[in-house]
Design a protein around this ligand. Sequence first.
Ligand code: FNR
Length: 373
Amino acid sequence: MRTPTILTPLTVRGLTARNRLWLPPMCMYSVEAEDGVVTDWHVLHYATRAMGGFGTVIVEAASVTPKGRISPFDLGLWNDEQIPGHRRLVEAIHAAGSLAGIQLGHGGRKAGTTPPRRPDIAGGARTDTIKGWDLVAPSAIAYPGHAEPRAMSPEEIRETTDAYVAAAARAVAAGYDLVELHGAHGYLIHEFLSPMSNTRTDAYGGSPEGRRRLALETTTAVRETVGDSTALGMRLSATDWAEGGLTGSDTAELAPLLVAAGIDVLHISSGGNAPAQVPVGPGYQVPFAAQVKAAVAGMTTPGGGEPVIVAVGLITEAAQAEQTLITDQADAVAVGRPALRDPYLPVRWAHDLGVNDWEAAGLPVQYWRGAWR
Ligand code: FNR
């Protein structure tokens, strides 16, 4: 029997994941001490998904500065005291057989919100900005329902790039295999990319080149810092789903520039920068991954090998994931919410596709006696 493509190994920058199933970054808002430090809960949560068979586990958005946190309960990598907790997390993920990645983010004008299950803190879940939070963004344009941000000075932009670089260095010190820059969902890098949130007239706005400058400068600087043996990715919202916003074609134009600047992995999501009518449905973002994949086809990353394209968004069935890969729309699929209810989703999907040899499929052999019979 042919091994399903989702269960074949995937190599990025010389690092090989046992399969092409990714746990995408998902904020757990569980740092009760509000110090950005990994807790036992985080270690157990991510290790469980690694035990379940995900080839690559991407840890939730960790902020590069305290004020860049989406909520006070986010993970962080803005100081050295945060490194040991991440090291424990990486070791647990590795012990269970997955590659470990971390998303580095800055919330920009959507920072400083209350997480969905803590409406006690401010006016309501993920809408109002927490009173007094210093919101920064490319331009002083509020996201509906959030406070008005300050437009960043060129100096503050440089400091933010430096914060990304320092956080990436800490991620490498913690042992992460992959660093993913958060360029999606209406957070800072996306805010710079989109004409809906960036009306600057200086070098960081005014044209597609200007709006792309932060994403590209950050990529170049982080690439230099993380060195040759760490994979570097960026998550993008391919479209704003809104009149006057980013489109799939804009993102297809940006993708080769990012690869040339040192990106190995493009993780293609959408939306988040404007309230929009999104045609949500099975695999609704996959066509954007396919568009980006076509745009970088034939390119070789500076680290060698082709760029890896990850599709995500309502991929909920094994056959659907398999179809996404065998039709060459992406190289890997990320599965988020289904993995919150079922950490053993890769094992289940292997079974759904008729794979019973757990060892050959890189699934946890220790649990093989629990296979369906
Ligand atoms: C998310 N998502 C997300 N995305 C991201 O880039 N960084 C993050 O930290 C988070 N946080 C987060 C928390 C929770 C609880 C959910 C459900 C989602 C989006 C996530 O990575 C994914 O793109 C979407 O959930 C769509 O994929 P699924 O869930 O349909 O497979």
